[in-house]
Design a protein around this ligand. Structure first.
Ligand SMILES: [Ca+2]
Length: 285
């Protein structure tokens, strides 16, 4: 993954003066967040005073003590003369343009890269533009299914899934969280509060209607492709059923289930609907 300093795109999360620092920690003044983990995975940039110009990643943050643990030691340990900015990181997804691969051997070598036909497309390999890391719900769900508009891509994903299930002799295929992170969700999602947002760019070659997070029908188009992908799995495999978890969604009113997935799914589980406890926790259980 390639991460960039997010300040030009998203501004500053917090800035201030350092209280004290050690070789791989920083303690902020009281104006920093009192919430644990508030700055996890963000960058701290020393912008004035001792140690200016250094950048580190905050791996964890203790809101009680206002203390950040860093990914690696400072070259020069900042002190209370140092001012800092905390900023988010953004992911750079390089674009692919087959014209840049002049000899058509599948990758852009150094000579081709030095003379790009399309300088906006800087991926060396096509796949760099095809899969997008979006979250770490669990290790197997980090990659979302992006280009469901490409039949070759659908076929590849379907074969990959088929081979996993066949090698383990399983007869059915279960998708956990079918409308969200099971087989993947839209790699660009319009609900920007909870999903990654596209800051710049965001075009998929096979999707010709425009930038995928701004064009209103994109979600519907994505679900059509997603449904096609599940059909493809059924078509090329000998799996006898495909089931999925729909959490607390209502299959008869939820638009995505009713219109797109209901016709091809064999059954659902509703893990958040039936409970044996009286309390509801953050998971709805
Ligand atoms: Ca080449």
């Amino acid at each position: 993954m390639e991460y960039l300093d997010g300040e030009p795109y998203l501004g500053i999360v917090h800035q201030g003066s350092i209280k004290e620092a050690s070789s791989s920690t920083v303690i902020f003044l009281d104006d920093a967040s009192s919430t644990n983990n508030a700055y996890d995975n963000m960058l701290i940039k020393i912008v004035e005073g001792k140690g200016s110009g250094q950048v580190r990643i905050i791996t964890s943050y203790d809101g009680t003590n206002k203390e950040a643990i860093l990914d690696k030691e400072w070259d020069i340990i900042p002190d209370n003369s140092s001012k800092y900015k905390i900023v988010r990181r953004v992911v750079l997804i390089r674009g692919w343009d087959s014209r840049n691969d002049r000899n058509g051997d599948g990758w852009v070598d150094d000579n081709e890269f030095a003379n790009l036909v399309n300088p906006k497309a800087t991926a060396r390999f096509r796949h760099q533009s095809r899969l997008v890391y979006t979250n770490a719900w669990w290790s197997g769900a980090n990659w979302n299914v992006a280009n469901v508009w490409n039949p070759n891509y659908r076929r590849y994903v379907a074969e990959y899934i088929r081979d996993i299930y066949q090698s383990s002799k399983r007869k059915g295929f279960y998708i956990d969280d079918i409308t969200a992170n099971g087989l993947g969700s839209q790699w660009i999602n319009r609900h920007k509060a909870t999903k990654p947002a596209v800051i710049k760019g965001g075009y998929i070659k096979e999707y010709t209607k425009g930038r995928v997070d701004e064009d209103s029908p994109t979600n519907e188009d994505w679900y059509l492709g997603y449904a096609e992908l599940i059909r493809e799995i059924k078509r090329i495999s000998d799996l006898t059923w495909i089931g999925g978890n729909i959490a607390n969604s209502n299959p008869y009113t939820n638009k995505w289930l009713k219109d797109y997935l209901h016709p091809i799914m064999d059954w659902y589980t509703c893990e958040d609907t039936l409970h044996n406890g009286w309390a509801v926790n953050g998971w709805g259980d």
